[in-house]
Write a protein that binds this ligand. Sequence first.
Ligand code: PGA
Length: 263
Amino acid sequence: MKVVILDNAADVAKYGADIFIKQISAKADSVLGLATGSTPVALYKELIHAHQNQQVSFSQVSSFNLDEYLGLSGEHSQSYRHFMNEQLFDHVDIDKNNTLVPPGDAKNPLIACHEYEQTIKESGGIDIQLLGIGRNGHIGFNEPSSSLGSRTRVKTLTQETIDDNARFFAEGEFQPHLSITMGIGTILEAKKVVLLATGENKAQAIVDTVQGAITANCPASALQFHPDTVIIIDEAAASLLENKEFFRHIERENQKLESSLAL
Ligand code: PGA
């Protein structure tokens, strides 16, 4: 896996956004895999900015979000559908009919999970998947102990994740304990994966992902199997990595190679 260590969170967002802009420039009808959480917000702001500057158009793009709370409809202010509309879709020229988020209010969630997988397949597959990472190493809502071959399914949230996300819910407001999430197997089928992490509270999860054994205890470690994953992190999230200098060296070499190929 490629690990890119940058000075700060703003640089992480820019670097990540550039990868998405390049992807859409190369393939106007790209299929994006999108993520919620605090970390992707700055990247979405960069994409909106690039759209406003006519650098990128989403008119032919389609998207699949990683996950949704089970029990919340898309109209609920804490739903991930609502989040995506507010943070990205309402500000770019994407056709919202082409943006899919797992249906948190599905009558039969088991069938809905199966249909979500089918729709991804029918789209031709995800070209590029954006990921955040939980402090416990989760990707999407694939909590520790998730099967590394898992597909879209209903997943029970850990208390740690419920506590981490409680900040978004008002006191006394219903906070779901279940979700629908793409599986790790689903994520591994994306052609390219871009994982962002910033801040010291992600440092242990990043060590476990990059340097640890591949284990269901750290779902993101499964990305070691993926042929084209880039992990973009700030200094704080990189602080526990042993081989930071080597990763910086690789990135400098990659940059040199890319600029020589562009000539
Ligand atoms: P965060 O969440 O970006 O809000 O830290 C990441 C995640 O849980 O995937």
